[in-house]
Design a protein around this ligand. Structure first.
Ligand code: C2E
Ligand code: MG
Ligand code: MG
Length: 640
């Protein structure tokens, strides 16, 4: 009977188009892609073998050996597709490392395909899989079902694997993989029932197309600007490693001056610079024959995930990348300096979950030294545990009253007494001990908990000021910090004034510290709050003056009573230029009729130094660290 080849012709065209589109779009990064390319390539060979075999069949009698050969090759390749499909699922779930050192698993994987080769070889003599009868017709033998058993085995193996690892994939990927698998395997069953409809390879190619579009998702994998792998795939790959408990070695690269470069070069030219860096990394890895996945995850962040965990090789690669980045980039007659931080991170020794990895990825560059960093040396795991749970910790601290306000005295040199104090919030938890405000305040700002925290601090400070023990201390006022997010709260001023009135606190007994960041973003609501508080008679300080956001005109335009010089101004030793800046800053503030408080004073020399520069108020460990209320009361009393 004449067999129709139209389906096979369509299949081979589809497979070629698929292969060309993968190769032409240069999506050859990574093991998953390589395995998929192999799957498509073997499918092309399989379909071709089928076409050849059927063409011979259609010629009628004769061509015995050619027919035997072509059918054997086709049947072998068809089973190979199932085998490679299973391997594709294995690399997709990144579980190969589990089989790598496990003999039983290797047998489970390879034995059936060896068995198939043995069957097909034996078939040349035994004719029990298929044979060519005297009419030259291809006829299935008694053991033909074995081939289906082997194909089915691999299909079921793959399906179980997808199912077992379903937690690391989103639903649409899982469904697509199942559908793809079903198309690739299900059509074989149809062909089994109706042998003359050669639909198998056509369905197989549609299955591949489906997997290509829905599982490979080329647009999601490759970052079109750098040609590297994108953030969501990075997240997917690493989450999967954490789930599989698979050790990983990462070289993390972060351009500290990315924003400056973007500002300087503009959007389009920054893309070219990003690409040049990507090419440099990829070129080095290729030339050193290092197998790795390279990702660009945005904002000047690159990640290299190495397959080989050999410490020396990893260190050498990181060293090379670090040095190459230090040289900067020549582009358009410009020499662009790159301030890049390179860090080697081992998973899970250094970091054992994805969220912590992201937090670490955002702030390891603060440790910049110019040399390659090691996460094992700079990453304090507990910090990342805290960051991961911080919202829960804060909520818990609010409901369990774990926040406590400490007070740090401020000394007036002129009056020779402690005239005020700054209220500083402390959080002590059972699990982690003390957690720094530098960690929980920004987190509370993000989550919105800062508003409730602000009220807790205000209540606590106001009830202290209203108490009898406070009356005996002779302090003029207490300073309370207001974070940028608090300043944007609609009814901040009303709330604050309400709490003060409830506790019978006079406006002059309070002073609110605003950081420069907050005063930098002067939005209407911030301005309204500041004006209402000011009109109510509460004085304001500008906190941390001298850090990143200094804006001279702003000092003049807002009604500050006090400017608090930041700790950085205390590093004047051996820095004559800083002294000149400092002297002029002090002169300027005084000319504006504002008071100066110097923060972070730890030594007698510094007290004397600032006293000579006529800075009247001093705050710092030299006098006292922030103290719990009871100790603070004792401390100030003993100084009177
Ligand atoms: P800040 O307002 O600039 O507070 C001064 C910080 O310097 C405090 O850190 C204080 O403990 C520390 N400090 C004081 N003297 C010295 C010294 O001599 N040497 C050194 N090295 N440090 C000194 P702390 O308590 O860790 O607070 C950090 C920041 O957290 C504060 O900076 C403030 O911005 C924020 N913060 C603290 N409590 C609150 C609060 O109740 N509300 C808000 N919104 N922010 C708060
Ligand atoms: Mg402060
Ligand atoms: Mg400060």
């Amino acid at each position: 009977m004449h067999k129709m080849l139209y389906f096979d012709y369509s299949a081979v065209i589809l497979e070629f188009v698929l292969l060309a589109s993968i190769l032409m779009r240069r999506m050859t990064n990574g093991k998953i892609n390589s395995m998929f390319i192999m799957l498509v390539t073997v499918s092309i060979f399989t379909t071709s073998a089928d076409i050849i075999a059927v063409t011979y069949d259609n010629l009628g009698r004769g061509f015995y050996y050619e027919k035997m050969m072509a059918h054997s090759v086709y049947l072998f390749l068809r089973a190979l597709i199932s085998f490679i499909h299973l391997n594709y699922v294995i690399v997709l779930t990144d579980t190969w490392f589990k089989a790598a050192n496990n003999f039983a698993k290797k047998i489970k994987l390879f034995f059936p395909i060896f068995l198939l080769v043995a069957f097909l070889t034996a078939n040349v003599f035994a004719h029990n899989i298929f044979y060519i009868d005297q009419n030259g017709t291809y006829v299935r033998g008694d053991n033909f079902l074995w081939l289906y058993a082997i194909n089915g085995y691999y299909a079921v193996y793959g399906a179980v694997k997808i199912f077992k690892n379903s937690q690391m994939m989103d639903m649409s990927r899982i469904i697509s993989l199942f559908v793809g698998t079903f198309l690739m395997m299900g059509a074989a069953l149809i062909q089994f029932v109706i042998p003359n409809v050669l639909i198998d390879m056509f369905a197989c190619s549609i299955g591949l197309l489906f997997i290509f579009v829905m599982v490979q998702r080329p647009e999601e994998i490759t970052d079109s600007e750098t040609g590297l792998i994108k953030l969501n795939t990075y997240a997917y790959d690493l989450k999967r490693s954490f789930i599989n408990q698979k050790p990983e070695t990462l070289i993390m690269i972060r351009l500290n001056n990315y924003l400056v470069i973007r500002e300087m070069l503009g959007y389009m030219d920054t893309i070219i610079v990003k690409r040049m860096i990507a090419d440099m990394i990829v070129r080095y890895l290729r030339s050193s024959k290092i197998r790795a996945d390279v990702y660009y995850i945005g904002s000047g962040n690159y990640r290299v995930r190495l397959e080989n965990h050999d410490k020396e090789e990893v260190a050498k690669a990181a060293e090379y990348i670090n040095e190459a980045l230090k040289e900067g980039i020549r582009y358009n007659e410009m020499q662009i300096n790159l301030v890049a931080c390179v860090c080697i991170t081992n998973i899970p020794e250094d970091i054992d979950d994805f969220d912590s990895l992201c937090i670490f990825g955002n702030d390891f560059s603060a440790e910049y030294t110019g040399n390659v960093l090691y996460a094992s040396e700079i990453c304090r795991k507990s910090r990342y545990d805290i960051m991961r749970e911080i919202d829960k910790i804060i909520e818990n601290a609010i409901s369990e009253n774990e926040f406590e306000v400490y007070y740090q005295p401020i000394y007036s040199i002129k009056e020779q007494r402690f005239n005020s104090a700054e209220a500083l919030l402390r959080l002590k938890t059972e699990k982690y001990g003390y957690i720094s405000p530098e960690l929980f305040i920004p987190a509370a700002e993000k989550s919105g908990a800062i508003h409730r925290i602000g009220e807790i601090v205000m209540e606590s400070v106001c009830s202290f000021i209203g108490s009898e023990e406070y009356a005996g201390l002779g302090l003029d006022y207490i300073e309370v910090n207001l974070s940028p997010a608090q300043c944007m709260e609609n009814n901040l001023a009303e709330n604050m004034i309400g709490i003060m009135q409830k506790n019978h606190v006079q406006p002059s007994q309070l002073n609110l510290e605003i950081t420069e960041t907050a005063s930098g973003e002067i939005q209407n609501v911030v301005m309204d709050n500041i004006t209402t508080l000011y009109d109510a008679g509460i004085s304001l300080s500008l906190d941390d003056f001298g850090t990143g956001y200094s804006n001279m005109t702003r000092i003049a335009s807002l009604p500050f009573h006090i400017i608090k010089l930041d700790k950085t101004f205390t590093q004047i030793e051996d820095n004559p230029n800083l002294i000149i800046v400092l002297e002029n800053v002090i002169k300027m503030i005084k000319a504006l009729n504002m008071k100066i408080v110097v923060e972070g004073i730890e030594t007698k020399e510094l007290v004397d130094h600032f006293a000579r520069m006529e800075c009247e108020y001093i705050q710092g460990y030299y006098y006292s660290k922030p103290l719990p209320k009871r100790d603070f009361v004792k401390f100030v009393k003993s100084s009177i």
